[in-house]
Ligand binder design. Structure first.
Ligand code: PEP
Ligand code: MG
Length: 896
């Protein structure tokens, strides 16, 4: 018999922390907390396997699930001494999702389940608080109707607002028991009116409705989007946690809150969090009321007047501090905790490793290693490489003039400038058009997640440091100012007003997420300083990684940035990028459009000095490090002027007859240029082009050697090679030209000649290529294109459909297809290595900066990865993590 249900509570549990895959993160940690003897409301978890079964069997439950759930409920009833559905002594439960990886706010939750017209009376008697009972009932009806029955929150909010208006009150806590009773009655009418049937009164029907709604929420759009963004496979499914309710809304000695054992923005080792007296959990996260700080120090720092938990409930607070300390030591990581105080009694509702900014992740990892809680190696593996991206981007220049238009909370650090936008869809649309936008919202909800992703930064008028906007923005690395209460948004007019000024959609503002300020206009920014914890951790990472990290760069600025970020050379200098410069493009076009060798040579002579001086700069910046120069590669049409106007302009600068140019342009037209006259096919057809480039590289190297005393290490790379004989021809061309250059100069430098592996045939016949090539660089952009037969330029039109249907889990142009393209790389590495054992191999496609693809490169044993300059630190860390994983694997092999 399969166990679909795992119980916890009353000091023991069927599960434990290590069972995340089966119980989800929340369920596994609830079990672990119960085992640790911490106060956890008893409950049980329906496994992720049950969810998987549900989806793979046409949305039906396993046959024995109902029986196991009934038994689970019985156990809970036994522990708490209440009965589900009993009108005198009712057990109420919460029903929450909980996947393997935490997906905050993405899936659904129902609280106070089990309430109906009878049990609400029981709850009122039992608690001696009729107001509380009906407040809970109306919360339940709203949540259940929304999550399970698919009704809109607005239907209920309207009723509530009408009531408040009639009574002349503004906050919910001003409503009395009889007010809530009336609200409940009207809510039920709303349900009946909308659905044509009454609100379900049977607690069992409610329970199963909620379970299937939680399962279904695994497939909602926002969960799908979140999974795509965080690489969470759809096949995992979610668990469902059913847990006896504890109430933070039972008066002034009750409260609910969230806490981090360290600061999730800065990493500072201080308890950090918020709570609300007389409230339920959803109130804190939803940002409906402004929460208070947990600690006195926190309250003072935020300049709040409402008492902190430390001051308002000193005894429970002391117990809480003790419990969270135990949790952090037990899990050996910063914890993100949800708790409730019910009439002076503390209950723990959740603990998990806290989401944090990159800055915080670095500090927490380095601090924990310094505290001796974790090893340096563990610290390395604790920081997600792609999160470093947040640190590598600019912050506001401290000397810039700051025209503050509104202040709020420093919810997620960093700075961003962009056009004001009030709508998530619009933010996404503008982003696609290349506009930088700042999303400005009253508050955000999970429906806005795509807009938050598309925006450079986020501002909300409401909500605290743990509001949806704050949590999600920190996770995404977007700067965010939350709770900027001075901002009054008029969505209809598409404006916001603050401090007497009105800003329209499209106007430019800047936000400082580290300070919590919204500023007028575009404010100057400065490059980040990569010192302190960053440097410490990267130092540790460099100490363990095997893969070298190079950069793809051709401009001096990129090369300098790359070196500053720790690049160990250039893995790909795309020489054609040097051709697009305004001062050169005319000569390049002249070369391409020339109809004989003499014409080409004339134009090439104009280009050569530019090429040479570019290489001198690159070699100087990369002194002592290898620089891979790739010879001309792109399809020629990319250089050709297409309009008559452009051709006429070229005719006038080059002195070539316009009609002749037009004829030549037509001749050069290709139906499928990506598979046409490009790559080394240019060098084979027009050897004078490659000869010029080789000369420029080697003469530049000789110059730099002479002036600096350090000989550069050029690696000359031929693109899009498919055949051994092609490589032989190109090798001979390169060596012949080199001999010429060296003879003329009376001096020489060492250089390597190699090829890119970008075609399946090149991979399969790598042995033939290795006869003549001293290195291979896997051009996985083209190799992916040519292996799949999917155009890298046009794939955007249909890839999304493939991802939506789960045919592709990720875009193969972003994450290496390890099965197919990866197989070709393995074959090439093996066959190339068999012919030339010391052949040097690396990767220079976009995948070189993707952590999962880097792990693959480690596995295959490549020598280096090469990526864009801003990804160099990410690659350094990812390479270290990959090395640790492979060493772990080796250690396990040895143990066997
Ligand atoms: C590649 O194809 O992977 C590559 C690096 O070359 P390019 O992107 O310039 O075609
Ligand atoms: Mg390529």
């Amino acid at each position: 018999m399969t166990n679909w249900v795992y119980g916890f509570g009353g000091g023991s549990a069927d599960g434990e922390a290590s069972m995340k895959n089966l119980l989800g993160g929340k369920g596994a940690n609830l079990a672990e907390m119960a085992r640790l003897g911490l106060p956890v409301p008893p409950g049980f978890t329906i496994t992720t396997e049950a969810c998987v079964h549900y989806f793979s069997n046409g949305n039906t439950y396993p046959a024995d699930l109902a029986e196991q759930v009934a038994a689970g409920l019985k156990t809970v009833e036994g522990i708490v001494g209440k009965t589900f559905g009993d009108s005198a002594n009712p057990l109420l439960v919460s029903v929450r999702s909980g996947a393997r990886a935490s997906m905050p706010g993405m899936m659904d939750t129902v609280l106070n389940l089990g309430l109906n017209d009878e049990t609400v009376e029981g709850l009122a008697k039992l608690s001696g608080d009729r107001r509380f009972a009906f407040d809970s009932y109306r919360r339940f009806i709203t949540m259940y109707s929304n999550v399970v029955l698919g009704l809109s929150h607005d239907d209920f909010e309207e009723v509530l607002d009408d009531h408040k208006d009639r009574l002349g009150v503004t906050v919910d806590t001003d409503l009395s028991a009889s007010d809530w009773e009336k609200v409940v009655a009207e809510y039920k009418t709303v349900v009946e009116r909308e659905l044509g049937r009454p609100f379900p009164q049977d607690p069992n029907e409610q329970l199963w409705g909620a379970v299937s709604a939680v399962f279904a929420s695994w497939m909602n759009d926002r969960a799908k989007f979140y999974r795509r963004m965080h690489d969470i496979p759809e096949s995992w499914g979610t668990a469902v946690n059913i847990q006896s309710m504890v109430f933070g809304n039972m008066g002034e000695t009750s409260a609910t809150g969230v806490a981090f054992t360290r600061n999730p923005s800065t990493g500072e080792a201080k308890l950090y969090g918020e709570f609300l007296i007389n409230a339920q959990g959803e109130d804190v996260v939803a940002g409906i009321r402004t929460p208070q700080s947990l600690t006195k120090e926190g309250r003072e720092e935020m300049g709040e007047t409402a008492p902190s938990m430390e001051e308002a409930m000193p005894e429970v607070f002391a117990q809480f501090v003790d419990v969270v300390g135990k949790l952090e030591s037990h899990y050996r990581d910063m914890q993100d905790i949800e708790f409730t105080v019910e009439q002076g009694r503390l209950w723990m509702l959740q603990t998990r490793n806290g989401k944090r900014t990159a800055k915080s992740a670095l500090k927490v990892a380095v601090d924990l290693a310094a505290e001796g809680v974790i090893s340096q190696e563990e610290a390395i593996s604790r920081v997600e490489p792609s999160a470093l991206d947040q640190l590598l981007h600019p912050t506001l220049d401290p000397n810039a003039t700051r025209n503050v238009v509104a202040a709020g909370l420093p919810a997620s650090p960093g700075a961003a400038t962009g056009k004001i936008c009030f709508d998530a869809d619009e933010a996404e649309r503008l982003n696609q058009l290349g506009d930088a936008v700042i999303l400005v919202r009253e508050e955000t909800s999970p429906e806005d997640i795509h807009g938050m992703h598309a925006a450079r930064g986020i501002v909300t008028a409401r909500g605290g440091m743990t509001s949806h906007a704050a949590v999600v923005a920190r996770g995404m690395g977007r700067p965010c100012v939350s709770g900027a209460g001075e901002i009054h948004i008029d969505e209809h007019a598409q404006t916001f007003t603050a401090r007497g000024r009105t800003f329209k959609a499209g106007e430019v503002i800047t936000i400082d997420g580290s300070k919590g300020e919204v500023l007028d206009g575009a404010v100057p920014m400065i490059e980040p300083e990569l010192t302190g914890d960053f440097q410490t951790l990267m130092g540790w990472a460099d100490g363990v990684r095997r893969l070298k990290v190079r950069a793809n760069a051709e401009t001096p600025l990129d090369a300098k940035t790359a070196r500053g970020f720790g690049a160990e050379g250039i893995g790909l200098c795309r020489t054609e990028h040097m051709f697009f410069d305004d001062t050169r493009i005319a000569a390049v076009r002249e070369m391409i459009l020339a109809d004989d060798e003499a014409g080409r040579r004339l134009a090439l002579a104009k280009i050569e000095p530019f090429q040479k001086s570019d290489f001198v700069e690159l070699f100087t910046i990369m002194a002592g490090l290898p620089v891979t120069v790739r010879l001309l590669d792109p399809p020629l049409h990319e250089f050709i002027p297409h309009t008559d106007e452009d051709i006429d302009a070229l005719a006038s600068v080059s002195g070539i007859d316009a009609a002749k140019l037009k004829r030549r342009a037509k001749e050069l037209h290709e139906t499928n240029p990506m598979l046409g006259h490009r790559g080394c096919r240019l060098g084979v057809a027009y050897p004078e082009i490659y000869e010029m480039q080789v000369r420029a590289v080697l003469e530049a190297a000789l110059d730099v050697k002479k002036t600096t005393g350090t000989a550069p290490i050029p690696e000359i790379m031929h693109p899009l090679v498919a055949l051994g004989l092609e490589m032989k021809y190109l090798r001979e061309l390169t060596d012949r030209t080199a001999r010429d250059v060296f003879a003329k100069a009376g001096d020489s430098v060492d250089y390597l000649v190699g090829t890119m592996i970008e075609l399946p045939r090149a991979a399969l016949r790598a042995g033939d290529l290795a006869e003549h090539a001293e290195f291979f660089s896997f051009g996985t952009n083209d190799l992916t294109q040519t292996t799949f037969g999917i155009s890298r330029d046009d794939s955007g039109r249909f890839l999304q459909a493939y991802m939506d249907k789960g045919i592709f889990e990720t875009d193969p142009f972003v994450r290496l297809d390890q099965d197919g393209v990866g197989d070709l790389i393995r074959i090439a590495a093996e066959r190339g290595g068999a012919v030339r054992p010391d052949i040097k191999m690396g990767i220079c496609g976009e995948h070189g900066g993707d952590p999962a693809s880097i792990a693959f490169c480690e596995e295959v044993g490549l020598a280096y990865v090469s990526c864009s300059p801003y990804r160099v630190p990410i690659a350094r860390l990812a390479a270290a993590q990959a090395a640790l994983v492979s060493r772990g694997g080796e250690a396990r092999e040895k143990d066997r």
